[in-house]
Design a protein. Structure first.
Length: 365
C-alpha cells in the first residue's frame, strides 16, 4: 500500500520522547489564518465515519494485471480505534478465506499543515509498514495515492473510500502500470457496521519471558510517564527540562504488535505522540514507528531486538542539518516500573550522548 513518506527531522528533539519512541518530531500546531473564510478545508475528522467495529466482505485480485484476473473472497472483522480524538486511527483487520487466516492493520494520520491524510498498511506475516498513500476527501469520497512495486515493477497505487451512509462504506485499491492512464482493481472491501465504538482493550496479560514476538508484554499497561530531556544535544549542553504525562500501551495482533499513546505536558506545551511497534517474524526484529499529532507524519522507523528483556533499536536521522545515529533502549526495572533512554552519536557509534531519560510507573485501575 502507498508511498513511504519521510519528514525532515530538523524539528526533532524539540519535544520529549516518551520512552516509547525515538527522536520525535516537534509538535507544532498551525496558527489560525487571518481570513478563516478563505482558509483551506480542515479535514482532521474526515475519517470519523470509520471508527467502530465492522463486518468486511473482501474481494482480492492477487494479479490485477493478469488476463483474465482471478479473484478470491474473504470475510472478517475490522476494528478501528480512535487516536488523538480522531486526528489519527489504527485499523485492525482479521479475515478468513480459501488461503487461510489473514491479519492486517492500517495506520491513519492527519497532517494539519498539508491538510492531508496518510494511510499505511502492515501485514502480520512480515510485520513491516508498507509505503504510505496520501490524499484527502471531497464530500463522501476520499482518494489517496502513492507508489509501490508489483512483481519488481514500479506502479502507482490509488486508494478510494466511498461512504454510503453511517453504517456502510467501501474501500477499493487499484494499481496502474501506465502512469495513471488506466487502473486495475486489486482489493475491494465492503463494510457494514457492527458497533459504533471499538471495544476497550483487553486487560494486560502477565509478561512472558520472551525476547521475540511478546518481548513488549511487560509494557502493556497504563503508565505515569516522567521525562527528562537534554536541551540542545551534541552542543555540550548540561541543561535538562522535564515533562509529565501518561502513556497507554495496547496490544495489537495478540501482542505481535502494539500501540503506545502518550499525552504529556512540559515547557513547550502539550505533546500527543504515538509509537506503533511491529514484530517481523522472519527477521526476528521489531520496528518502532513514531508520529505526533502536530505533524501527522510518521518518522523513520527504528529497528532492533530484545536480549534478556532489554530492547535496543537504531536508526540514522538528520538532526540540525547533519546525519546522526540514534539509539533507543527500553526495559523493565521492576514489576510496576520501566525505563527508556535515547542517545545520539555524531561519530558513528564511537561515543554516545544520552538526551532523553524516561521513567514509567504503572497506574492501577
Amino acid at each position: 500500500m502507498g508511498r513511504k513518506m519521510r519528514k525532515a527531522l530538523a524539528l526533532v528533539a524539540a519535544v520529549a520522547a516518551t520512552g516509547v519512541g525515538t527522536a520525535v518530531l516537534a509538535q507544532t500546531v498551525p496558527s489560525a489564518p487571518a481570513n478563516a473564510a478563505s482558509a483551506p478545508r480542515d479535514g482532521a475528522h474526515d475519517f470519523d465515519f470509520n471508527f467502530g467495529v465492522w463486518h468486511t466482505h473482501i474481494t482480492r485480485t492477487p494479479d490485477p494485471f493478469g488476463a483474465p484476473a482471478a479473484n478470491f473472497v474473504m470475510d472478517g472483522t475490522v476494528t478501528v480505534r480512535r487516536i488523538w480524538g480522531g486526528k489519527g486511527a489504527l485499523e485492525e483487520i482479521e479475515a478468513d478465506g480459501p488461503r487461510g487466516h489473514w491479519e492486517g492493520m492500517t495506520l491513519f494520520l492527519y497532517n494539519p499543515e498539508a491538510r492531508q491524510w496518510s494511510q499505511t498498511f502492515a501485514n502480520s506475516a512480515d510485520g513491516a509498514l508498507q509505503p504510505s498513500m496520501v490524499g484527502s476527501f471531497s464530500g463522501s469520497r476520499g482518494e489517496l495515492y502513492g507508489a509501490d512495486t508489483f512483481k519488481g515493477r514500479a506502479i502507482l497505487v490509488r486508494g478510494t473510500w466511498s461512504i454510503a451512509g453511517p453504517d456502510a462504506h467501501r474501500y477499493e485499491e487499484a494499481y496502474s502500470q501506465d502512469g495513471g492512464r488506466t487502473w486495475s482493481v486489486a482489493f475491494r472491501g465492503d463494510l457494514t457496521r457492527i458497533s459504533s465504538e471499538a471495544p476497550k482493550p483487553a486487560a494486560a496479560t502477565p509478561p512472558t519471558a520472551d525476547d521475540g514476538p511478546h518481548a513488549f508484554d511487560f509494557d502493556m499497561a497504563r503508565w505515569r510517564t516522567s521525562t527528562s530531556r537534554l536541551q540542545k544535544p551534541l552542543t555540550g549542553s548540561t541543561t535538562w527540562t522535564q515533562m509529565q504525562g501518561v502513556t497507554d500501551v495496547q496490544p495489537v495482533w495478540g501482542g505481535k504488535a502494539n500501540l503506545a499513546v502518550l499525552e504529556s505536558e512540559g515547557p513547550n506545551g502539550p505533546l500527543q505522540l504515538i509509537s506503533l511497534r511491529l514484530y517481523d517474524p522472519v527477521a526476528k526484529q521489531w520496528s518502532l514507528n513514531f508520529a505526533t499529532s502536530g505533524v501527522g507524519v510518521r518518522s523513520v522507523p527504528m529497528v532492533g531486538s530484545f536480549e534478556k528483556g532489554h530492547g535496543t533499536f537504531y536508526d540514522q536521522e538528520a538532526y540540525n542539518g547533519r546525519m546522526v545515529w540514534v539509539r533507543f533502549s527500553i526495559f523493565p526495572t521492576g514489576p510496576d516500573s520501566a525505563r527508556s533512554e535515547q542517545a545520539f552519536s555524531a561519530d558513528y557509534g564511537r561515543t554516545w550522548e544520552t538526551n532523553f531519560v524516561n521513567r514509567y510507573t504503572r497506574l492501577r485501575g
